[in-house]
Design a binder for this molecule. Structure first.
Ligand code: 3HC
Length: 301
């Protein structure tokens, strides 16, 4: 069945090679997913050898886990490792049909990335962004071909979460959108089509939920109470574990974007900003017990 709003699948272009800009955790998970489900070469790029090596290393480690669980054979594992390669230059994207960026959430950075990518790819190549909240219209404003820009927003953990937001910018054409839906289907994700609006749809709803949990703590509810009062509601994760998974800096960025767009409806917690400024990865220690220092940042008001 065609997802609501998806154009005719016959318009989709074939994808035979994928480029991923950024080799962070989310980007390397995406690279593995593309290689595994599309069975095409995937090239990761990043700014330096260290980041690139870490990204490719992460892919190999995830492949080894799949092998250990018996999800792939030894041959498939080797093939997957061979399909995902790293490159310091974007020239490796010259014959790619689908390039996705998952770099730092800053409009100027993403614009720069797409200017560099557009200089090397062929005219039919889809330019996809994994942005969680930035405007695609602004991101694509300086592109030569803004009709091939589309939002392709994954959720953490990328390998597991079925949801995929496909964002149509005002300029996105039907062939680009159809290709995005076809790729989403190959990745076995459930794609939803959303408009180019601040934080799209899913993060808008999640930020409302998380914002209320954080506001309750800001207003004096002990963090442990806010964290565990929904335990028996059947949610897959506690609120602060979810914050840890997403990353407090990302959560804060989305909240700031929504606050800028709808100041009366979305606040930005000063305690959240303190947590991010402290550089702490979240409110949990690596052994998943609450970090007293992080908790004190909130409770201190
Ligand atoms: N990477 C790869 N695989 C992972 C993983 C990760 N980070 N975390 C879990 N998995 C895999 C496990 O290996 C396991 O695989 P298996 O079945 O092959 O053994 C499977 O997922 C289930 O894991 P667990 O049994 O350990 O854990 P749970 O059953 O508790 O499920 C969960 C974990 C799927 C993460 C679940 O807790 C969940 O759905 N949580 C909600 C996550 C969520 O809401 N994400 C959206 C965040 S918002 C976002 O990302 C948008 C951005 O723009 C901010």
């Amino acid at each position: 069945k065609r997802p609501a709003g998806a154009p005719d699948a016959a318009l989709a272009r074939k994808v035979t090679k994928v480029g991923v800009v950024g080799a962070g955790l989310m980007a390397s998970q995406m690279a593995l997913l593309f290689a595994r489900r599309l069975e095409v070469p995937v090239v990761l790029t990043d700014l330096d050898e260290a980041r690139l090596g870490k990204g490719v290393g992460h892919v190999h480690a995830e492949v080894d886990k799949l092998l250990a669980k018996g999800r792939v054979s030894a041959d498939q594992a080797n093939r997957l490792k061979g399909l995902v390669t790293g490159s310091l230059t974007k020239d490796a994207f010259a014959d790619a049909d689908f390039v996705i960026e998952a770099v730092f959430e800053e409009l100027s950075v993403k614009r720069q990335v797409f200017a560099e990518v557009e200089a090397v790819v062929s005219p039919g190549c889809v330019l996809a962004t994994n942005t969680s909240s930035l405007s695609l219209a602004e991101m694509g404003a300086a592109l030569e071909h803004p009709e091939r820009l589309v939002g392709f927003h994954f959720f953490n953990p990328v390998a597991v979460m079925p949801l995929l937001e496909i964002v149509k910018a005002p300029s996105t054409d039907d062939a680009t959108l159809a290709t995005a839906f076809a790729v989403g289907r190959s990745l076995k994700k459930s794609s939803v089509l959303v408009k180019d609006a601040p934080a799209f749809v899913v993060n808008r709803l999640l930020t409302r939920f998380m914002g209320e949990v954080i506001a309750a703590v800001d207003e004096g509810t002990p963090l442990e109470t806010a964290e565990h009062s929904l335990d028996d509601l059947g949610l897959p994760m506690t609120p602060f574990a979810l914050l840890q998974l997403v990353g407090p800096a990302v959560g804060l960025h989305v909240a700031e974007t929504l606050h800028a767009a709808f100041p009366e409806r979305f606040g930005v917690s000063a305690n959240m900003a303190k947590l991010v400024a402290s550089g702490k990865p979240g409110v949990y220690l690596p052994d998943f017990s609450l970090d007293p220092e992080a908790v004190a940042l909130f409770a201190g008001g």
